[in-house]
Design a protein around this ligand. Structure first.
Ligand SMILES: Cc1ncc(COP(=O)(O)O)c(C=O)c1O
Length: 368
């Protein structure tokens, strides 16, 4: 049977969560599991996140899935609800919501949850420079006052636009705005107001600004969130192996072109392997020079990097195996991403980011 396979390693996720906790020992952790836990599958991931204080999702359906799987701690809806009746559903399912614009404020003021409801805790979104969601300086104090007066407990929150690049000038601006506003709200509205600033890159790069809640996503799954350190530098472990197998072998003569568009031509006699994966599985179609896969040699306990040649197709890719032992044959395991190559490397060769590759895997690969 054809096997493109996604294998999830819950122990790696727990390890990565512990890395977060070591880096941010005084903060609570809202572990981001939106977009099907960055493509890893919420069901596979939740058991590994038992030591997190809560999870973060982007849609109410994602929250519902987590509740149905038995998650009984905090669920943060990081974009809040989209309709007034969804606010009631958020109350029914004990979700804690972001409030980022006036309609959400109105729904929250019109329908105040019971005293002991987790929905009484809201994440008040402050626009510090990302300029997508959130109240600006002119509105935020008044919104905080209204919510506080209605009995809500507030977490002031914002999101970095460039935290992956430590030296980007906007980081200092966002940090400054956030810390001053938090201080102001604590002094003028309620001393108990909490703060939440950092995603993964913020956790790594801005250790003095972890505040009360950190919101790690990508680093839980073993990818580096910063542009100057790789996953191994940060002691993060890949939580996903994406693998396939050799489905056929061929020898090309010099001058033979391979694949759609005949884009790659052998310059000498070349042994190629056809690998049972393609863009129909979520493997990226467009690659720059240098993209490779790792073929596993179980007999010698070795792995070999083999360059991709030709065009990625829906169901197969072609790699050059001229330089590996000839007894590595049909059905050998091929790692597309995992410990090596890391998804970030694959993404760089495909002109994208690891986040996208993880999230856009299709339903076809087998999941373990
Ligand atoms: C509001 C918010 N917080 C935290 C995160 C997690 O970010 P990362 O995966 O970079 O850690 C995201 C992800 O997009 C987000 O939107």
């Amino acid at each position: 049977m054809r096997t493109a396979t996604i294998t999830i390693h819950p122990a790696a996720i727990t390890h990565n969560l512990n890395q977060v906790k070591q880096r941010a020992p005084n903060a609570k952790v809202l572990a981001m599991v939106k977009a099907s836990a960055y493509g890893h599958g919420v069901k596979a991931v939740l058991p590994a996140l038992q030591q997190a204080d809560g999870i973060g999702v982007a849609t109410f359906d994602e929250a519902l899935e987590a509740r149905q799987l038995g998650w009984d701690k905090t669920i943060g809806l990081i974009e809040g609800v989209f309709y007034a009746d969804e606010w009631q559903q958020a109350i029914d399912y004990d979700c804690s919501c972001v409030i980022h614009h006036a309609p959400q404020l109105e729904w929250a003021l019109d329908n105040i949850p019971k005293m002991d409801s987790p929905t009484r805790q809201v994440w008040l979104k402050y626009n510090t420079g990302m300029n997508r969601l959130g109240f600006d300086d002119n509105a935020i104090v008044q919104v905080a006052e209204q919510l506080h007066a209605a009995g809500y407990q507030l977490i002031l929150t914002t999101h970095f636009a460039n935290a992956d690049n430590r030296d980007h000038p906007l980081n200092a601006v966002q940090i400054q705005r956030f810390s001053s506003m938090l201080k102001l709200l604590q002094e003028t509205v309620c001393v108990e107001i909490k703060g939440s600033l950092c995603n993964s890159a913020g956790i790594v790069n801005f250790t003095d600004y972890h505040y009360d809640w950190v919101r790690p996503g990508i680093m839980l799954y073993g990818s580096s969130p910063v542009n100057n350190q790789c996953a191994a530098d940060l002691d993060l472990r890949a939580a996903m192996d994406f693998s396939a197998q050799i489905m056929a072998l061929q020898t090309l003569n010099a001058g033979n072109a391979v694949g759609y568009g005949s884009r790659w031509t052998a310059t000498k006699e070349t042994r190629i392997a056809l690998i049972s994966v393609g863009y129909g599985d979520g493997y990226p179609r467009l690659f720059s020079e240098g993209a490779y896969v790792c073929i596993i040699d179980d007999v010698r306990n070795q792995h070999y990097s083999c360059p991709i040649c030709g065009q990625v197709a829906m169901d197969m890719i072609v790699v050059d195996v001229s330089d590996i032992p000839t007894d590595i044959g049909l059905n050998s395991k091929v790692i597309l991403w995992g410990a090596m190559p890391q998804v970030d490397e694959v993404a760089t060769h495909a002109g994208t980011i690891g986040y996208e590759l993880l999230c856009r895997l299709s339903a076809r690969p087998k999941r373990i």
